[in-house]
Design a protein around this ligand. Sequence first.
Ligand SMILES: NC(=O)c1ccc[n+]([C@@H]2O[C@H](COP(=O)([O-])OP(=O)(O)OC[C@H]3O[C@@H](n4cnc5c(N)ncnc54)[C@H](OP(=O)(O)O)[C@@H]3O)[C@@H](O)[C@H]2O)c1
Length: 241
Amino acid sequence: MTKVLVIGASGATGKLVVSELLQRNIEVVSIVRATSSLINTIGNYPNYQEILANIDDLSDQELASHLNGCDVVVSCLGHNLTFKGIFGEPRRLVTDSIIKLTKAIDLLKPDDKTKIILMNTTGNSNRDIPEKPPLSQRLVISILRLLLPPHVDNEQAADFLRTNIGQDHQQIEWVAVRPDTLTNESKVSKYKIHPSPTRNAIFDAAPSSRENVANFMASLATDPELWEIWKGKMPVIYNDA
Ligand SMILES: NC(=O)c1ccc[n+]([C@@H]2O[C@H](COP(=O)([O-])OP(=O)(O)OC[C@H]3O[C@@H](n4cnc5c(N)ncnc54)[C@H](OP(=O)(O)O)[C@@H]3O)[C@@H](O)[C@H]2O)c1
């Protein structure tokens, strides 16, 4: 029986992932900051458990105890779009949380491999393939790397999974899901998944609704055949307009 730990669960996409999973009768544990409880917004689900904590403050041991029994982790963490969120600490919120999760999995040594699903971005390339984005995109991304710490954090989090966990880890499998421009819609619509971006992420970006991203992430968590297709990869999601 699948049990999923969601981090960044109080975010715009994280909430939708939690709802998608609960509607599929999946057991969900979320770690949210005390000011961001979801209990009042998502309704009363017996299969929902909430840990009020800042993931940044948890020790590896504490995180391991919350992770115990979960076979999937979904990260929808992202820096809040305020001056402090973008330029303040923790600068490596996403990367350090992913590293901490892998240490917690190592402490638990579960019998089966744990699946990590990371919410990433089309602004990041999969250097395993390798992808070569258009020159105009590469130029802008190199400037963003200098100016925007959250972009570097997103790149480093996926790089950690790609290079440190890799394709043949004893305990962990992963997928880094790459939406393009996040939008809010009223419901899930048709979407398409590609191994690599098919458009310029800066000058020809397309919508990827949060509802569709959450639906795809929940499907990855619950559908073993879909997982087999995308594990160790960085699928790109666009709305199918
Ligand atoms: N904007 C786009 O078009 C776009 C495109 C592709 C990918 N992305 C990426 O997608 C991801 C999610 O986006 P979103 O819009 O769904 O995110 P969001 O609504 O901003 O949610 C961010 C989540 O991270 C948590 N968080 C932020 N700072 C934290 C901290 N210091 N300590 C602990 N938790 C913290 C927030 O918790 P609180 O509720 O407690 O603040 C919230 O749960 C981000 O990584 C973003 O870079 C964005």
